[in-house]
Design a protein around this ligand. Structure first.
Ligand SMILES: *[C@@H]1O[C@H](CO)[C@@H](O)[C@H](O)[C@H]1NC(C)=O
Ligand SMILES: *[C@@H]1O[C@H](CO)[C@@H](O)[C@H](O)[C@H]1NC(C)=O
Ligand SMILES: *[C@@H]1O[C@H](CO)[C@@H](O)[C@H](O)[C@H]1NC(C)=O
Ligand SMILES: *[C@@H]1O[C@H](CO)[C@@H](O)[C@H](O)[C@H]1NC(C)=O
Ligand SMILES: *[C@@H]1O[C@H](CO)[C@@H](O)[C@H](O)[C@H]1NC(C)=O
Length: 321
């Protein structure tokens, strides 16, 4: 239970150190309705993982502190085991029904689903005073090409299985001053999962980040923007703050040229620049989205913020060394 205790200390410290969740004064917004479309088509980001087997192999060594705590000796596959934590009582979580893709009609409004109803809670971050890029799904080989081009600090939401496969890319992100948040262990549609499965997705992603980058993340972007009050309640127990977006490049559609081109994205970004601020959703796991991201970065220049800077929040809950 040693690790459970440490996690508990981290989460309690939020209150006692006067570092509560930062409120971005979100209000429910109607034009982010595109979120649910992402879920239907977004490319698979867990390339090479099937039936619980890992390819390419993890490179981050499985640390002894994690063996002490879990009794395991290697990183799990896409279905990570639930490890009970003494600060989480699953019976006290809100009792919203799980739902899957295309079941939005079953989701009650008071579940405050972002992907179904563009609903936001006051502690959700979804915009930024300066128009700023964010990147999901890495780290990947493509991330390195992006890092070579970026001349400003940005925010990456990484997938745990990719973190342990590409630890050097992950550490390069950190060394170059970028902020990293979690995008779960293996990118599932969280509202479909049981409480225990959601907990497993978050705890293993945090452990992968700690084993690789020696820090405990503060920010969490739900895959597909799929979050409701059950998922939020679990994320908050880990001290995580949800980060959504209000500007969507739909860059995943670039893989189908009839759907979207880089020029379409450039045109949207030029229009966004005429407004006030915004948080842009992009992806760093494939060559075409990285190429578009480079164009966007050139258009926006370096006057961008990380998500922590957008809300005046901390970068990480804890750094270990
Ligand atoms: C949120 O609203 C409060 C009160 O209206 C204000 O003091 C605070 O600065 C706002 N926070 C942000 C991040 O805009
Ligand atoms: C958004 O709407 C939901 C459901 O009506 C409500 O629970 C939630 O508090 C609202 N969020 C904000 C920030 O007003
Ligand atoms: C929503 O759309 C309206 C009208 O098109 C626009 O004025 C507003 O800035 C948009 N808000 C967001 C959050 O995109
Ligand atoms: C989202 O999907 C619906 C139905 O599939 C479609 O009518 C709508 O135009 C799509 N919205 C965007 C922004 O792509
Ligand atoms: C993070 O890693 C350190 C070792 O670097 C370990 O002592 C600590 O228990 C870990 N904490 C979490 C929450 O993973």
């Amino acid at each position: 239970m040693r690790l459970g205790f440490l996690l508990l200390v981290a989460v309690q410290a939020l209150g006692s150190l006067g570092l509560p969740l930062v409120y971005s004064n979100a209000s429910n917004i109607s034009n982010v309705s595109s979120a649910s479309n992402v879920s239907r088509v977004e490319q698979s980001v867990i390339v090479g993982t099937s039936n619980g087997f890992f390819w390419p192999q993890p490179e981050t060594p499985f640390p002894s502190w994690l063996t002490d705590f879990t009794g395991l000796t290697e990183w799990p596959g896409i279905d990570p085991p639930y490890i009970a934590l003494d600060f989480i009582d699953v019976d006290r979580l809100p009792k919203y029904e799980p739902y899957s893709l295309d079941q939005c009609e079953r989701v009650p409004r008071d579940a405050c689903s972002f992907d179904c109803h563009s609903c936001l809670e006051p502690d959700d971050i979804y915009t930024c005073p300066k128009l700023s890029q964010t990147f999901d799904d890495g780290p990947s080989g493509e991330t390195e090409a992006l890092l070579g081009k970026l001349t400003h600090k940005t925010t990456f939401f990484t997938v745990g299985v990719n973190v342990v496969r590409h630890p050097n890319v992950y550490r390069r992100m950190v060394e170059e001053g970028h902020l990293i948040g979690t995008h779960t262990w293996s990118h599932p549609y969280l509202p479909t999962l049981s409480n225990e499965q959601i907990i497993a997705q978050l705890e293993w992603s945090i452990w992968a980040m700690n084993a690789t980058g020696h820090h405990y993340p503060k920010y969490f972007r739900p895959p597909y923007g799929a979050i409701d009050n059950r998922v939020r309640a679990i994320a908050r127990l880990f001290g995580l703050q949800a980060v959504l977006w209000d500007r969507d490049t739909f860059d995943w559609q670039l893989s189908v040229p009839s759907l979207r081109t880089t020029e379409d994205i450039v045109r949207d970004v030029q229009e966004w620049k005429t407004r006030n601020g915004g948080l842009i959703l992009e992806h760093d796991a494939s060559a075409n989205t990285v190429e578009a991201a480079t164009r966007v970065s050139e258009l926006l220049g370096n006057d961008q913020l990380t998500v922590a800077e957008c809300v005046g929040g901390i970068d990480y809950i804890k750094k270990y060394y």
